[in-house]
Each structure stands twice: as structure tokens, then as C-alpha cells.
Design a protein around this ligand. Structure first.
Ligand code: FBP
Length: 548
């Protein structure tokens, strides 16, 4: 592999660890836990892994010896910067438990476990991937581990390789699967521990014990760099409105963090749209009003940030998508036989009158995108819906009408962007490099303690890494019951943007000023070497959430 100069220099970076993990380690158990909601139902479904205590690691004076055990690792779902460092932290951590321990990686996600597709991750291989972006060391996939025969097929290979613990690095859905698998292996007394690690650029796998999911920091910094560049271009030519859709399947954390970093003219937050019961027309009117007000000042340019998941948060659209999800899950076979040219009419004829009317009112392209295949977890593939174009076209139509009425004088020309995939495999920022390595190392410590059904947790992350707190959180603690594929299922509750939270409040307090003034900030590229205030800043979201 030909390596870039940065890759070579970066390979020598030694990620920082919390002080408690550096020497001998002991686990201190906290209070028993319960699930965030639906306690009775969750306890019934997870009798062996429900209610376990929180775990915190502390420095110990005593050395403990650990028997030899092999460990397996799976990367699951969308890529997020830092995955390779979770694996290198895990590798170093299990070698510290016992140098004879081996690490096996399952290829291309959970499917690798079921299909017995694996490779041993030796020191040479690990060294090639330290501090690099991507998941290419073993690849990732979205196969959902949920059926008993998959668990049994997995157990066959785990037994064959002498694997006593499996680490699943994934988002909310994948960690839900990790929890179900942990419960299954515990119930069967198979002697296989399952540990989760919180991954996703979306930033929506977080709670009191998981401060952030890894990858969010690097992805937001990558997007903010390019948005900043666009803003400078836009402020130089002064002739375009840039409509920028940002990844983040459901929650608007990425859009909000980028807005805090770059101070755009407009940023839509899906959770607010839902709370205020805004229609598509309300959103379009809001954007058009800012465009018209800026035009009145002679500024026919600006930036609009749009979260990828917006469409699902517009209440009328949400009701439509919920009915479509249930309908398509129940009638998948029949729908697959309908000719493409008849699908729109077919759906219109099958939905309830209110949803049918909303569906019929959508532009053809968007309507079709809403009936495309769901991902294996039943989610609409919102990254395929071109919301940025939908909004800019509707804004153009509204402005044209206002022009006729004499309410708008200006020129409106739009450019469209979607920033998503380019942020998912960037070389991890110092924060993600350290955080991920610590998460992997903590997972190894949890394995050493014989824990199962836990997620690796590293807290106090706005302090220097030395002071971070490493431990484990029972995954059942994060669960509630939700409707998926038309059935109630136990799943980890997604963390959406809180409208009474400090990050949103900081944004809301400044957005009117940002709309009218051109108050752009240009963050520039992620820096890996240099002064700490340039290289080691956590996200604004984390800093505001922790009162910094
Ligand atoms: P995860 O939740 O698995 O981390 O994936 C997040 C994400 O990047 C979303 O932001 C995006 O909607 C989706 O993956 C895209 O999925 P795919 O890579 O399958 O196109």
C-alpha cells in the first residue's frame, strides 16, 4: 500500500488513555440499573442481563493474572472515523491481559460471524491501521443478527476458534443486536461474553453514561471545514444560495454541531420542526423569508444546512412514512410485482385518505424515494432522498410568487451539496483517535472482568484524556420498546436533539443574527499536530452539554 505523508507521520501517534487504564486495573460496581422505559417488558425479554450494575475502572495496586482467551470483533453498520483505533485499543488491551490472547476479526460485519468469514488480526496487521480512518481492516456490513439460527451459526465458529468474548462495534441498532446476542448466549450458558462499543457519526447513541458516539467529532469537523470553504466562496462571489444536506439518518446532531462551528444563515433542526408541528410549507416559507430579507439588503447569497432525516420529522410526513413502513412490511411480495410506472397509483389507492393525499402531493421523485427498499433494520434510506433539492425548488417557486406580488426583489440561484460519505472515513481527529483507543482498551478490561451485555463507556471527555473515566454500562439500561417492521421490539432509545439542551439553546439564541449578518466562521481542516487549542478541541455540542 502506498502511504501518504500524513499517514506515515500519523502511524507514530500514541493515543492517550485515561489514567485508570494505564497500570493494574480493578472494576468497581455501582448501583443496579433499569431500562429507560418499558421496564417490565425489557426485564422479561432479558432475564439474564437486565438490572446489572454500572462498572467503573480504577487503578489497582495488585496485578491479576488472566487465563488465555481469544476474542472476536465485528464492525457493524456505517463507517465512522476511529474504528481502527477501537480495534487497536482492544488488541493492546487483550494482550495486556495475557500476551497469548488472540484477536479474530469477522469480515464485512455481522454476516462474517454467521458465514464463518474471519481473519486473525496479528500485531503486523494492527500496526498498519493504527490512527487511520475507515473500516477496511475487516470491512463492515448491515446484516441484522436477530435469528436463533444466526446466533447458533455464530456460536459454532466462536467455539471452533476458542473465542470467549465478542466485541460488536456499532450504532444503536447493532448494539441492540449485541444485547440480544449476549442474552441468548448467557441463557444457553455458552460461556461467550458480548460487549458493545458506541459508534456512529450521527451522534445519536448517547445518554448519561455514553457522552458521545465515536466518529461524530471527526465527521462534523470534516463537514464544517468544507461548509466553511463554501461560505467563503459564497461570500466572495455573492450570487448563490447553497443548500447543504448533512448526513445523520434521524437526529439533527450533525447539522446542529456544524451550525455551531460555521454560523450559517439558516440551519433547520428536525426535532424543532416536529415539536412545532411545522408543515413542509412552513419550512419553505421560513427559508424564503430569510432569502427575501437578505435580498432586501442586497445580499443574494447564503447557506442553508438541512439535516438528512428532516423529511421523517415533518409530522404529516412522519405519519405517512409510519403507514408506508407497516404497509410495505406486510405487502412486500405484492408490491414487488407492481410495475414501476404503476407504483405511485397503487400506493395512493392503498393508504388511508389523509396519508394518501400527502403522498399524492409530493413531487414524483420524492414519492418514489419513500417507497424504496428499507435498510435491514427497517429504516427509510433518507440519505437517498434529495431534500436539499426539494426545498430549494419549493423556495424558488415561493419567491417567484412573491416577486409577482411585489413582496420580493432579488435574484435566487441555488447550488446543492450533500455531505455524508466523505466524512465517515476521514483520519480520526486527536479526540476520536484517543476516545476510540480508550473505548477498545476499556472493552478489553470488561472482557477481563468476565462481563457480558455491557457497552464500553468513557466519560468526562471534555477534560484531558488522563482524567477520562472508563467503565461499562449494561446495554439493557438504554432500551425501550418501539414499533419496527410493524411489531413492538426492544431497541436502544435514540438520542435526538433536545430543544431544552444547551447546544440547541446556544444555536437558537444566535440564529436570527446569523440569518441577516454574514457571520460565517471558517474552521479549516482538522489539525493533528500543533497547539492543543487547535488540535484537541472536543465538539461544541460536548462542550455546551458539559457546561464548558
Ligand atoms: P450507522 O447508524 O450505522 O452508524 O450509519 C449512519 C449513516 O452514516 C447515516 O448517517 C446514513 O443515513 C447511513 O449511515 C447511510 O447508510 P449506507 O452507508 O448504508 O448508505
Amino acid at each position: 500500500m502506498t502511504k501518504s505523508a500524513l499517514q506515515i507521520a500519523r502511524a507514530a501517534y500514541q493515543p492517550k488513555l485515561p489514567k485508570a487504564l494505564k497500570g493494574h486495573v480493578k472494576a468497581v460496581a455501582g448501583e443496579a440499573t433499569q431500562s429507560v422505559a418499558d421496564q417490565e417488558a425489557i426485564q422479561k425479554l432479558f432475564p439474564n442481563t437486565y438490572g446489572m450494575p454500572l462498572i467503573k475502572f480504577e487503578t489497582s495496586a495488585e496485578a491479576v493474572s488472566f487465563p488465555v482467551m481469544n476474542v472476536g470483533v465485528i464492525l457493524s453498520g456505517g463507517q465512522a472515523p476511529g474504528g481502527h483505533n477501537v480495534i487497536s485499543g482492544l488488541f493492546d488491551g487483550i494482550k495486556k491481559l495475557n500476551p497469548e490472547n488472540k484477536l479474530y476479526g469477522f469480515i464485512l460485519g455481522p454476516g462474517g460471524l454467521v458465514d464463518h468469514n474471519y481473519m486473525e488480526l496479528t500485531a503486523d496487521i494492527i500496526d498498519e491501521y493504527r490512527n487511520t480512518g475507515g473500516f477496511d481492516i475487516i470491512g463492515s456490513g448491515r446484516t441484522k443478527l436477530e435469528k436463533e439460527d444466526q446466533f447458533e451459526k455464530g456460536y459454532e465458529i466462536l467455539k471452533e476458534l476458542g473465542i470467549k468474548a465478542l466485541v460488536i462495534i456499532g450504532g444503536d441498532d447493532s448494539n441492540t443486536n449485541a444485547c440480544v446476542l449476549a442474552e441468548y448466549y448467557a441463557a444457553k450458558n455458552y460461556g461467550v461474553q458480548v460487549i458493545g462499543c458506541p459508534k456512529t457519526i450521527d451522534g445519536d447513541l448517547k445518554n448519561d453514561m455514553i457522552e458521545t458516539s465515536f466518529g461524530f467529532d471527526t465527521a462534523c469537523k470534516t463537514y464544517s471545514e468544507v461548509i466553511g470553504n463554501i461560505q467563503r466562496d459564497c461570500n466572495s462571489a455573492r450570487k448563490y444560495w447553497h443548500f447543504i444536506k448533512l448526513m445523520g439518518r434521524s437526529a439533527s446532531h450533525i447539522a446542529l454541531e456544524c451550525a455551531l462551528q460555521v454560523q450559517p444563515n439558516i440551519c433547520i433542526i428536525s426535532e424543532e420542526v416536529e415539536a412545532k408541528d411545522m408543515s413542509l410549507d412552513d419550512i419553505v416559507t421560513y427559508i424564503a423569508k430569510v432569502v427575501a430579507d437578505r435580498a432586501a439588503q442586497g445580499n443574494n447569497f447564503g447557506t442553508v444546512l438541512i439535516p438528512e432525516g428532516l423529511i421523517e420529522f415533518i409530522p404529516a410526513m412522519k405519519r405517512l412514512i409510519a403507514e408506508l413502513n407497516d404497509f410495505l412490511a406486510a405487502n412486500a411480495e405484492e408490491f414487488s410485482h407492481i410495475k414501476k410506472s404503476h407504483q405511485r397509483d397503487y400506493i395512493i389507492s392503498k393508504l388511508s385518505p389523509a396519508n394518501s393525499a400527502v403522498y399524492a402531493s409530493l413531487p414524483e421523485g420524492v414519492a418514489r424515494q419513500l417507497t424504496l427498499d428499507r435498510d435491514p433494520h427497517g429504516n427509510v434510506q433518507v440519505s437517498l432522498i434529495e431534500t436539499e433539492k426539494l426545498l430549494s425548488e419549493m423556495v424558488a417557486t415561493k419567491l417567484a410568487a412573491w416577486k409577482e406580488e411585489g413582496k420580493y426583489v432579488g435574484k435566487f440561484a441555488a447550488q446543492h451539496h450533500f455531505f455524508g460519505y466523505e466524512g465517515r472515513c476521514a483520519a480520526p481527529s486527536n479526540f476520536d483517535a484517543d476516545y476510540c483507543y480508550s473505548l477498545g482498551y476499556t472493552a478489553a478490561a470488561l472482557i477481563g472482568e468476565g462481563k457480558t451485555g455491557y457497552m464500553s463507556s468513557v466519560r468526562n471527555t471534555t477534560a484531558p484524556a488522563e482524567e477520562w473515566i472508563a467503565g461499562g454500562v449494561p446495554i439493557t439500561m438504554m432500551m425501550n420498546m418501539e414499533r419496527r417492521h410493524g411489531e413492538m421490539k426492544p431497541v436502544i432509545q435514540k438520542a435526538l436533539v433536545k430543544l431544552d439542551g444547551a447546544p440547541f439553546k446556544a444555536f437558537a439564541a444566535q440564529r436570527e443574527q446569523w440569518a441577516m449578518e454574514t457571520a460565517y466562521v471558517y474552521p479549516g481542516p482538522i489539525q493533528y499536530f500543533g497547539p492543543t487549542e487547535v488540535c484537541d478541541q472536543p465538539t461544541k455540542t460536548l462542550q455546551l452539554e458539559q457546561g464548558k
